[in-house]
Write a protein of this length. Structure first.
Length: 308
C-alpha cells in the first residue's frame, strides 16, 4: 500500500489517497528509477567526455621586432590559430650604408616551432644599425584517462631541439638564444650563442634533449618554446660591420608507449593548436553514453504502459 499516487496526466500528487499496487506496478516504478539513473550516466558520458579537452587553456604566441637601439619594439601577441605561421618580416636602413633585415616566426603546424633570423650591415663610416627579434609560443597539455586504469600517474617521453647561431665580422656583434621549458616537470633546456666580430667569429649551439617525466591525469601543464636574437653593426672609419643570428626551438611530447596502461590514456593539447577531434577512446565512451540515452528513450513506451 502506498500513501500517495502520481496523476497519469499531470504528474501531481493526489494527497490523502491510498491505492493498492500490483507487482507489475512495483516493477514498472523500479524500471522508471533505473532509466532515470541511466539517463544521468548517459549525459555524463556523452557530453562530459567530449568536453574534456575544453578544460585545457588556449595557446598563445608573441612576436617582437625592434629596428635600432632606441626605437620602440613592435609586438604582436594573440591566441594562436591552428595550422598557421604568424610572422613579422621587415627590412630597412637606419642611415646611408646601414641596413638591417629580420623575421620572427611562430608556427602551429606539427611539430610546433619558433624561429628568428636577423642580419645587420654597416659600410665604413655608416651609423650604427641593429635589429632584435623574439618569438614565443606558450601552450598547455593534459593527460586524460580514457578507460579504467589502476593508476593516474602516466610516464611521458619529451623530445626537444633547440639551436642558436651567431656570426659577426668587423665592427659587428650578434647574440642568439633558444629555450624549451616545462616548469611543472622541471624541464629547462636553454642554449645561447654570442659572437663579437672584432677578429671575425662564428658561434653555434645546437642540442637535442630526450626527457622522461611523469604527469598526473587531469593536470594542466604549461610548455614554453622561445627563440630570440639581436645583431648590431657599426661602420668604423676603416672597416664596416656585419652580424647575423638565428635561433629555433621545437618540441615533441608523447605518452611512453612501453607504459602498461598507455592505451587507457591520451594527451589533450590546447584546443586552438589543432582542429578539435576527439580521441578514438573518447568517441567510444561518448557512443556508450548515447547508446544509454537511446535505451532510455526506447523504454519510454514501456514506462507509459506501466503507468497506464
Amino acid at each position: 500500500m502506498y500513501p500517495v499516487q502520481f496523476s497519469k496526466l499531470s504528474g501531481e500528487i493526489l494527497r490523502g489517497q491510498t491505492i493498492k499496487t500490483t507487482d507489475s506496478n512495483r516493477h514498472g516504478r523500479a524500471l522508471i528509477s533505473l532509466t532515470k539513473a541511466a539517463c544521468c550516466i548517459g549525459l555524463i558520458l556523452a557530453f562530459a567526455c567530449l568536453g574534456l579537452a575544453d578544460s585545457v587553456p588556449l595557446a598563445t604566441y608573441s612576436l617582437s621586432f625592434q629596428a635600432g637601439p632606441t626605437a620602440p619594439p613592435q609586438v604582436i601577441s594573440n591566441p594562436v590559430v591552428p595550422d598557421t605561421v604568424a610572422s613579422i618580416i621587415q627590412s630597412g636602413g637606419l642611415g646611408s650604408g646601414a641596413q638591417y633585415t629580420g623575421k620572427a616566426l611562430a608556427s602551429t603546424f606539427t611539430p610546433l616551432f619558433v624561429n628568428v633570423q636577423g642580419e645587420a650591415d654597416a659600410v665604413p663610416s655608416a651609423p650604427l644599425t641593429s635589429v632584435a627579434l623574439a618569438s614565443t609560443i606558450v601552450y598547455y597539455f593534459q593527460v586524460e584517462q580514457t578507460a579504467p586504469a589502476p593508476v593516474d600517474v602516466v610516464p611521458l617521453l619529451i623530445q626537444s631541439n633547440v639551436e642558436a647561431d651567431a656570426g659577426a665580422a668587423g665592427d659587428g656583434v650578434a647574440n642568439a638564444a633558444a629555450a624549451f621549458l616545462v616548469p611543472a616537470l622541471n624541464i629547462s633546456h636553454p642554449v645561447t650563442a654570442l659572437c663579437n666580430g672584432i677578429d671575425g667569429c662564428t658561434s653555434s649551439s645546437s642540442m637535442s634533449f630526450n626527457d622522461s617525466a611523469s604527469a598526473t591525469a587531469g593536470q594542466n601543464i604549461q610548455v614554453q618554446i622561445v627563440a630570440s636574437g639581436d645583431a648590431g653593426a657599426f661602420g668604423a672609419i676603416v672597416v664596416g660591420g656585419h652580424a647575423t643570428f638565428q635561433a629555433i626551438a621545437d618540441p615533441s611530447i608523447q605518452i611512453d608507449p612501453s607504459f602498461a596502461f598507455a592505451n587507457d590514456f591520451a594527451l589533450a593539447f590546447s584546443p586552438n593548436l589543432t582542429s578539435s577531434v576527439p580521441e578514438p577512446s573518447s568517441i567510444a565512451l561518448s557512443a556508450t553514453g548515447l547508446l544509454v540515452l537511446m535505451g532510455v528513450l526506447s523504454s519510454s513506451g514501456l514506462r507509459r504502459r506501466f503507468e497506464d
